[in-house]
Design a protein around this ligand. Structure first.
Ligand SMILES: C[S@@+](CC[C@H](N)C(=O)[O-])C[C@H]1O[C@@H](n2cnc3c(N)ncnc32)[C@H](O)[C@@H]1O
Length: 313
């Protein structure tokens, strides 16, 4: 606690915000996500055909998971942290395919936590825990965070406030990694031509992802600077448009069951959000970044953000 100003103001989505979106029910998401329940942009390199096809969607999601594990340097015996682990597809891939020795997942969703536990994966631990509260006994060899960064700030924060919040995230990640350890981050971002105040981001913040807001690439670069070097950057907005087209066509095909599970209003809200998001990516108002970051061996001269932690030596 900051004794001058009282408790640190909350930034980004709370557990209640997250649960409002993710805990509508796994059975509903299972109707239109791939069988592994990966809920983020897939990687469509070299994959052609209708994105709503179950096998192709699963293939593209699997390619994305393997990409991030490789970028984070996860190999046999590695210790992995997955920040925003969803329903556990990356954790499963890490222990079953890469041979990771330990894979820890953090989520704010009770439903996701229950599901990951029910998988009974050896070497996997999952907690309903905000990364801000995570205090592991040991460090990690690599960190992956896919589709969670969008929840770390909320609409209405200034650029400086967002950078401050993101810098706290990078400071904590750096503290859990060895020098030169890698963080593989995937996030939606606003492009330079889009304002936070635009009606479309507003719609998402109000109707779909309460308490959340999108970063810009320059904010990420500024925020990570004292702790990480960016070693690889992919801009894959077209991949997200394609993933969304797949999800939305699958949801439409399953519309009767979907409405039975969540009711007509929620069905319509999701369908609108998936279609609108596809258009946003096609028009390049938002884009998708996959960013590989390598922990700096030493702290740079820039100070930590207010409330952030010092860089561990
Ligand atoms: C869009 S889902 C992505 C899930 C998974 N990475 C995937 O690709 O399927 C976002 C995830 O971030 C988690 N999340 C959001 N804010 C978080 C926070 N502050 N701490 C930990 N997890 C968070 C949510 O609970 C959810 O699991």
């Amino acid at each position: 606690m900051n004794t001058l100003t009282g408790p640190r103001p909350r930034t980004g989505a709370t557990a209640a915000d997250i649960q409002a979106h993710y805990d509508i029910g796994k059975d509903f998401y299972a109707l239109w996500l791939d069988p592994g329940l990966t809920y983020s942009c897939a990687l469509w390199d070299g994959i052609t055909g209708a994105p709503g096809n179950t096998d192709l969607l699963a293939q593209a999601q699997h390619a994305k998971l393997r990409y991030h594990l490789e970028q984070a340097g996860i190999t046999a015996g590695s210790r992995l942290l997955d920040i925003g682990c969803g329903w556990g597809s990356l954790l499963r891939t890490a222990v079953e395919e890469t041979g990771a020795g330990r894979a820890v997942g953090l989520t704010l969703s009770a439903d996701q936590h229950a599901h990951v536990r029910s998988l009974g994966l050896p070497g996997v631990d999952v907690a309903v825990q905000d990364w801000r509260d995570h205090e592991p006994d040991d460090g990690y060899d690599g960190i992956v965070s896919i589709g969670a960064f969008e929840h770390f700030t909320h609409q209405g924060m200034s650029r400086d406030e967002r950078i401050d919040a993101y810098r706290s995230f990078f400071a904590r990640c750096a503290g859990w990694l060895p020098p030169l350890g890698r963080l593989s981050l995937q996030t939606i971002a606003l492009t330079d031509d889009t304002n936070h105040e635009d009606s479309v981001p507003d719609f998402f913040a109000r109707e779909v992802f309460p308490g959340s807001g999108l970063p810009r690439l320059s904010e990420i670069a500024t925020a990570c600077e004292p702790y990480f070097a960016i070693t690889r950057l992919r801009e894959d907005g077209a991949d997200y448009a394609r993933t969304l087209r797949g999800w939305s066509s699958r949801l439409f095909q399953a519309r009767e069951e979907a409405q039975r599970l969540v009711g007509p209003d929620a069905y319509l809200r999701y369908r609108t959000y998936l279609r609108a998001s596809e258009i946003v990516f096609m028009r390049q108002a938002s884009t998708l970044y996959r960013i590989t970051l390598r922990r700096r061996p030493e702290r740079r001269r820039l100070g930590p953000p207010s409330g952030g932690q010092a860089f561990p030596q």
